[in-house]
Design a protein around this ligand. Structure first.
Ligand SMILES: *[C@@H]1O[C@H](CO)[C@@H](O)[C@H](O)[C@H]1NC(C)=O
Ligand SMILES: *[C@@H]1O[C@H](CO)[C@@H](O)[C@H](O)[C@H]1NC(C)=O
Ligand SMILES: *[C@@H]1O[C@H](CO)[C@@H](O)[C@H](O)[C@H]1NC(C)=O
Ligand SMILES: *[C@@H]1O[C@H](CO)[C@@H](O)[C@H](O)[C@H]1NC(C)=O
Length: 796
């Protein structure tokens, strides 16, 4: 008999203090674990809405539901229709180019960013879901008030700023015109031509000197430096550095090297005021800075006002922040999202397939099964070239190798491929290309021993290191398998998945997952950093010193899957290029919950059973959450209102409530539709079509494929829901998006099953929240009601 109530809060605080992990990189692995510092907060959007019922466009002369009209044109008519109720001047928008049509459902996901006075409203987002000529659902957090006058009553003159910029880079500009890449980003030179050193020097001199020169002022938005230093002062985990910045502010400011970033192609409505800032204390790469607006609640709290901010992308050792800091002094941090998320506080190739001695898919950890020899089980649709091939042109190890009209593909015999780069990272730093990884040679048999011996705690790390070959091979295997699984449920190139090369199938490239085993930056945790599509995701797996011999998080599939699910949910919510939709509060919590839910679903069996999260690595029978996942309300009493309890302000606690609700929902779908032994859909036929097998229902041509069984259907609805839900969703909106996903996929067959299951845990149609705060506070009321259509016959 477990005593959950008495241990719940205890585990929560253990999770916070003991299962933390950050320690200085200078002395990797041998200090007491300290928690990684992370910031995440932002303003509330009282006016933000998500409508999951079809929208009727009011514009005169528009024929509703015209299936022949381009989805983008429909989106434009729709936006104009929505904006027509807003009379403010200076408001416009741009349709983001990460919008896409999901071929599996036929839904076009259009992502829209609001512009005011030519600047982006960083949190003015619309996601519009269009199918068969109709807006089936949409989210909208556009600013609705009166736009501030350009110039803002402050001494900022944008045209002047632009003039200086153009002047500063004029020479470099003419030199580079033919070789700048399409976006006119800071990447210089074409892929074929080396960049002449002379040219780089000219560019640097011209662009940089002009910008380190202006007089330092703390109230000039054109001088980005003081806002940035203010942010670094708050963000750095190094107290000494923070004090130093405070005391020698001007000295630090002088050292910053500010260079403008050009966009050669640009939308007419849009003004780019953008800089790249080098030599920023505690940043590991130059900081990207962009002038924008952000919405802050007005005095009454019922609407928003616009605030001029610098948007910073700051890559640090342990954090990757996207922050908004007020442009005018005193510089306040208005919102910040850490793209790093912790796991637990607490055509068919000719290639010889590889073989791995691993805990096979479904064996969650060493306590529940033995290792076995598995033949490279790559999915031919998700990974057409297998797991051990990468085009030279996309290979970080081949940057200096010119292709001499020869091979396109480089075939590897290590844990290095198009989806995943897996390696040790004992040093705990950010380099990975030359870190150690096993090389299995031509045969590609990754068969290494695993037999860690009992040692003193002091020798625990050395003992674990003996099995690095085994560990890295396992991490590579699990991560690739998850890539392939997610792909088959719709996390493909267009939807923003992680791959170096995209096979011409859309989306941004050069963003495979960097998977670090034995990461030296800590113990007893794991984390994943998700920048926008086109930049590598980075996963750091840690050893756990919770037992002797040490336990290796790389060998616990649930932890790896949880981490990779951050990449999935962040890229799917709000579109591939917006990584800021699951930052804090309920949305950040659900970001944790999806990972637990997917990990638990993957390890589950036909015979129902309860599951703990992270139990093996943490060496705790009940795992690292307050409760184990169970449909039994005595074992896991979490309901919607649980979020009001003390100890539920953190994203992990919020997440486990969401994961529990999804777990109950999926069990109800399994009761109705049965259980599929494999979550992997069948291999495609030669012509690319997918045979239904026993996996999908037989579908009419052009109709989406519907998974037959409850467990596979749950995963499908959860992923499709992520694509439909708005940026910064709350529990209600994520629930509605899942129900809406079922409507798209099956015509709403599971409408009542879903509502009843959500209602079981207090998330019924009459659930409510009052006084919601950004970090997840508020007074919630459980709702056990279901829509009228479900009240009489709930099996309909
Ligand atoms: C802003 O700068 C531009 C270019 O230097 C100048 O032509 C314009 O008069 C300035 N506007 C104001 C309001 O000072
Ligand atoms: C290398 O890999 C590619 C893609 O999998 C394959 O088409 C090619 O035949 C392989 N080359 C060799 C020499 O094995
Ligand atoms: C890893 O495997 C290689 C052979 O592929 C072997 O030489 C090396 O000693 C192994 N490393 C450890 C730590 O056992
Ligand atoms: C739920 O769990 C409790 C505590 O373990 C147990 O006594 C009870 O029988 C369980 N209920 C069901 C329906 O299995």
């Amino acid at each position: 008999m477990r005593h959950f109530l008495s241990t719940a809060i205890l585990v929560g605080s253990l999770a916070g203090h003991v299962y933390g992990h950050r320690q200085p990189v200078s002395s990797p692995h041998d200090q007491a674990p300290v928690r990684r510092k992370t910031l995440g907060f932002g303003p509330r959007h009282p006016h933000a809405v998500y409508h999951s019922t079809p929208y009727t466009i009011q514009t005169n002369g528009f024929t509703p539901q015209d299936p022949y009209m381009e989805p983008i044109s429909i989106a434009r008519v729709f936006i104009d229709d929505v904006l027509s109720t807003s009379s403010a001047e200076g408001l416009s928008y741009k349709i983001r180019d990460d919008s896409y049509t999901d071929k599996s459902t036929g839904v076009t996901h259009v992502y829209v960013r609001q512009l005011v006075n030519g600047l982006e409203v960083a949190d003015g987002d619309m996601n519009i879901n269009i199918k068969d000529g109709m807006v089936i659902s949409y989210g909208n957090s556009f600013f609705k008030g009166v736009a501030p006058a350009a110039g803002f009553g402050h001494p900022v003159n944008f045209s002047k700023l632009q003039d200086v910029r153009v002047e500063a880079c004029k020479d470099a500009h003419s030199l580079t015109a033919p070789t700048w890449n399409q976006d006119g980003q800071t990447v210089l030179g074409s892929a074929q031509e080396p960049i002449p050193a002379e040219f780089l020097k000219t560019l640097d001199n011209n662009c940089r000197t002009a910008f380190s020169a202006p007089e330092f002022s703390t109230d000039d938005p054109a001088d980005v430096r003081s806002a940035l230093l203010q942010f670094m002062h708050t963000a750095t985990p190094n107290a000494k550095l923070a004090a130093d910045i405070e005391n020698k502010f001007e000295e630090y400011a002088e050292k910053l090297v500010v260079a403008p970033v050009h966009h050669l192609t640009s939308n007419d409505n849009e003004m780019h005021v953008e800089f790249s800032i080098d030599s920023v204390p505690d940043a590991v790469n130059p900081v990207k800075a962009r002038l924008a607006y952000i919405q802050v609640p007005n005095a009454a709290g019922d609407a928003t006002e616009l605030q001029l901010v610098w948007k910073f992308e700051v890559e640090m050792e342990d954090n990757w922040y996207d922050a908004a800091v007020t442009a005018h002094a005193p510089h306040k941090i208005v919102s910040v999202v850490d793209w790093a998320a912790d796991s637990a506080p607490i055509p068919a190739p000719e290639n010889v397939p590889a073989t791995y001695n691993v805990f096979a898919w479904g064996v969650n950890d060493p306590s529940v099964g033995e290792r076995s020899l598995e033949k490279e089980p790559y999915d031919t649709l998700a990974s057409p070239a297998g797991w051990h091939a990468i085009p030279y042109a996309h290979d970080p190890q081949s940057t200096n190798i010119r292709r001499k009209g020869g091979d396109f593909w480089r075939n590897t015999t290590t844990t290095w491929g198009n989806n995943v780069f897996a390696q040790e990272n004992w040093e705990g730093a950010n380099n990975f290309v030359s870190n150690y990884r096993p090389d299995a040679g031509k045969s590609k048999v990754f068969d290494y021993p695993y037999d860690p011996k009992l040692t003193d705690k002091a020798d625990g790390l050395e003992e674990a290191k003996k099995y690095i070959n085994t560990t890295v091979a396992q991490l590579f295997y699990t991560t690739n398998r998850v890539h392939d699984l997610f792909y088959r449920y719709g996390f493909n190139e267009e939807a923003g998945n992680f791959q170096q090369y995209n096979f011409g199938r859309g989306g941004r490239e050069n963003d495979g997952v960097i998977a670090n085993a034995h990461d030296g930056s800590g113990y007893n945790n794991a984390n994943f950093m998700t920048p926008p599509d086109g930049q590598n995701g980075r996963m750091r797996m840690y050893l756990w010193n919770t037992a002797l011999p040490f336990r290796d998080g790389d060998l616990e599939a649930g932890i790896v899957i949880h981490e990779l699910s951050h990449g999935l949910s962040i890229r799917l919510t709000g579109g591939p290029l917006n990584s800021n939709c699951l930052g804090w509060g309920e949305s950040g919590g659900m970001g944790e919950g999806w990972g637990d839910f997917i990990a638990t679903t993957i390890r589950s069996n036909k015979e129902y059973s309860d599951y703990a999260m992270g139990a093996w690595a943490a060496n705790r029978e009940d795992g690292i959450r307050n409760y184990i996942y169970s449909t039994n309300t005595t074992v896991n009493p979490s309901v919607y209102k649980t979020l009001d309890k003390p100890g539920y302000w953190g994203v992990h606690a919020i997440g486990e409530v969401w994961a529990e609700i999804l777990w109950v929902v999926s069990q109800r779908l399994i009761e109705k539709h049965g259980y599929s032994e494999s979550l992997f859909p069948p291999t495609p036929r030669e012509d690319g079509t997918i045979p239904p097998g026993d996996f999908y229902r037989t579908a009419a041509a052009g109709k989406p494929l519907v998974p037959k069984h409850g467990n596979s259907l749950s995963i499908q609805l959860v992923l499709n829901g992520m694509k439909l839900q708005p940026c910064r969703p709350n529990f209600f909106q994520a629930r509605d998006a899942i129900i809406s996903a079922d409507n798209v996929l099956t015509g709403g067959e599971n409408f009542c099953i879903l509502w009843n299951a959500f209602a079981e845990r207090g998330l019924g149609s009459d659930a409510k929240i009052e006084g919601q705060t950004p970090w997840g506070g508020g007074i919630r009321t459980n709702g056990y009601a279901v829509p009228a259509a479900c009240q009489v016959d709930d099996s309909a």
